[in-house]
Design a protein around this ligand. Sequence first.
Ligand SMILES: Nc1ncnc2c1ncn2[C@@H]1O[C@H](COP(=O)(O)OP(=O)(O)OP(=O)(O)O)[C@@H](O)[C@H]1O
Length: 559
Amino acid sequence: MSRSADSLRTVFLRHRPRLLLAVLLLWTTMLAGTALLGLSGGFLTAAALAGAAGLGQGFNFFTPSAGIRGLTMARIASRYFEKLVGHDATLRIARDLRVWFFRRALPLAPARLGATRTGDLLARLLGDIGEIDGLLVRAIGPLLALGALTLVGVGSAALILPSAAVLLAVLALLIGIGVPWLGVRGHDSEEADRAAHRAALRTAAFEGLEGAADLAALNAGNAWQLKVRVAAKQVASRDRRRRLRLIAASTLHGVLAGLGLVAMLALALHAAEQQRIAPEMAAGLVFLTVAMIELWAGMGLAWQSLQSGRIAAARLQGIVEQAPSVQEPVSPQPLAPAATVHWDDVHFQWPGAARPVLRGLQLTLAPGERIAIRGDSGSGKTTLSSLLLRLWDPQQGRLTYGGQDLRDVAQADWHRHLAWLPQNAPVFAGSVAANLRLGDPEASDEALWAVLQRVRLGEWAERNGGLQAWVGENGATMSAGQARRLALARALLRNAPILLVDEPTEGLDVDTARALLQDLPALLEGRSLLMITHDDLPAGVVDVQYRLVDGVLVREPLR
Ligand SMILES: Nc1ncnc2c1ncn2[C@@H]1O[C@H](COP(=O)(O)OP(=O)(O)OP(=O)(O)O)[C@@H](O)[C@H]1O
């Protein structure tokens, strides 16, 4: 799908019929309410006048009261359906917005999304999407319905008394547009600042909870709480400023509304006095003005919601509109099932870095071959694996698979050839089976048991409730070695010809690490292995070992 065809706007446009219906129903509800007030006012005035003049007998009581009953029923029905349709549309938009965000953001992970803090991403996903998904009921619906209703109101007033229509139009401009506009004008940067502080609060809270154990160990919990409190205060002060703006706008609205109503009263009474309009029509005009003023009171909030929605949309676009770190080829080439990977004179420099990490690196990984890459911290081992995962392309040189440049291959196709056990591979809160099926969603229970036996977790799983055994957050109910084995089992289930493992023994004790490394060759079953490690490897784990020094690989003797 092209980017323009998948913009935020299209998420709303996809629900156009429902949106229009919701606006129409809202408009009907407002119209019925306004007409009800105008008709009741006119009717009561006419009844009072007829009574005073002793004309009660001939007074037409039934037509207006039938109209009032009809309008009341119409208002109840349209309000019911307006809520039904409006909330239905809102929930559909809320769903589609999240899907839209994930669909656009996930291809940017991890290369681009990695640059944004998780808490900030979470804030955008929750706070910003929340600002946008309610736009229909909070802003778009009321603004459109009020705009249309104002036209009808002014048109109706024109039929009764043209000068009253002019006054109503002026009030609409002043109260309906001018006052709410004053409330939001020039406050875009304040709104953006408010959104940024809300994100900062979520980020601080999220990161503190994530690192709660470390904070407790370092006795830094109080400092973190202070940071969260400061962030919360900053959000509160911005929320207060926003409320104050709304209150100021409401006050101005009230003053102008009072003046406008007095002006309309004077105008209508004067016209009735001069017998240019009937007295009940004069009352109708005044009540119409009351109803319109009351409805315009919602404009301030609607404008503010529209403004925060716009800013939230820009924040979401800021994430999803980042250029992907690699380009998909226009006509992707097919890949051989198992072939040799070749890093051919690869140069790579991270964006913004002063110096290149890889400088003319050469490496060949043949089918079934096992290679270890060692090197000092920061020498570029993970960078080398990022290029194999094609999260980035080299600025010079190329990576090939069976002679095919990886730039000419669809990324998804290439990823099917890779199984990856990243550094500190996560174990997700859930069952053993759910964790394993991330590797192969179609895997049968038998296949899961087989892979558990192969990584020596079979007994542990049997003792702990089988495939449905619950593993806590980050594998909290498992030892570090078991968690790593579970992640390895997940990678093996992918059944890809190349297994890339990054520091598989990081954080494990010496015996556990050695046992895992010694088990690895047998688990490969013919796959190629590229292992990034700091360890001195036991004999027989790999065929070749290199050290990454100054951006190139130097072969090292095996033990
Ligand atoms: N996403 C990134 N953006 C910018 N620079 C990066 C990024 N990732 C790594 N680098 C830089 O590239 C260099 C190599 O980092 P890399 O992670 O590849 O080293 P490493 O050998 O895997 O280190 P370690 O053994 O500590 O994991 C470092 O100087 C690092 O700061």
